[in-house]
Write a protein that binds this ligand. Sequence first.
Ligand code: XIL
Length: 377
Amino acid sequence: MAFRARIDRRTALRGAALGATLALEPAVAAAASRPKPPSMPLGTPVGCAVQAELLSQDDAYRQAIIRDCDMVVTEDALKWDRLRPSRGRFDFTEGDAIVRFAQAAGLSVRGHALVFHGQVPPWLDTLRTRAEAEAEMRKHITTVVGHYRGKIASWDVVNEFTDDSPERGTGLRDTIWRRLIGDNYIEMALRTAAQADPAAQLVLSDYFLEFAGEHYDSRREVMLRTAQAMVTKGVPLHGIGMQGHLYSDRVVDREAVGRFVREVRALGLVVLVTELDVIDQTFPADLRQRDDLVAQQAFQLLDAISAAGGADAVLTWGLRDRDSWTRWHKPRPDGLPTRSLPLDDDLKPKPLHHVVQHFRRRVVASEPPTGNTKRLR
Ligand code: XIL
């Protein structure tokens, strides 16, 4: 398969570039000892969130994804409300369609999100006891990860678990899972996912990890504390997702991002940018200016991450402006359509496209983290 070949070439080159002195994980070491293919630039695999419905009706959209992406992530298809409209039933129709498309196109797949407070079905509120919540969460994770075992390479296991007042208490968001199970629901979710697919890359992902200010410092702290606790206890966690929903009125703190990435990597974990886009509410209406500013914001984040060791993957939250959640959830006050993503409404590349593709090709010549890291390439 084309994608396998591409992974192997990249892995082999990365191994070769690093030399024999590093303690590489066995798969990488094995790849490094194979004959070296002709030189090809190394880079971060990139991808985007996709919707099953669009894939089924829009050939130009499908072709753009195949051209621009190494992987896709399920945007809404595997959220609880889609997957489990009623308690006794799992509806894999949309997820399966995305996986089929990806397999046929040679793209790898990330699953989003096994545990998330958003977009849950109303019946979830009927859970009352700790035992009931635990059983339901385990059943969900076991069934979904099991269904996609060997097909979905990486999972957002718990999404957005940091409280909006992160400096309060343990800093964890008050969700039904935390209320009924306790703070260890995160550990439980990770362990259950690892049992269902021991080869999958398991990720904790959250927003507002990118900006300057005390509030964002606190959020980074909660994430690092949580990651550190998992690593110390030997819980199977492999990556930290910075969602990367950037805002026109917030400054990316390059230094804090760099520190954060280095600390995550020092724990033996990789960093992923899981949901990159730019919410352009306060940028000027002028398209040229706006598109440039959008691209610059994203560049600041990706460049800071790259300088601190690089990301394991960069995914934008959609590919084409008109499909972006920002059109409905983060509209501009002047009513003009948002331009948050790499391609415009007619699938024409904008400056953000060039930024993302730049990092796709870029060589990240730094040590990989050690430990039980699972990398996507
Ligand atoms: C968004 C989807 O893109 C929309 O289609 C949906 O209506 C709302 O959710 N952070 C997340 C994603 O982790 O799941 C959200 O996705 C965007 C913010």
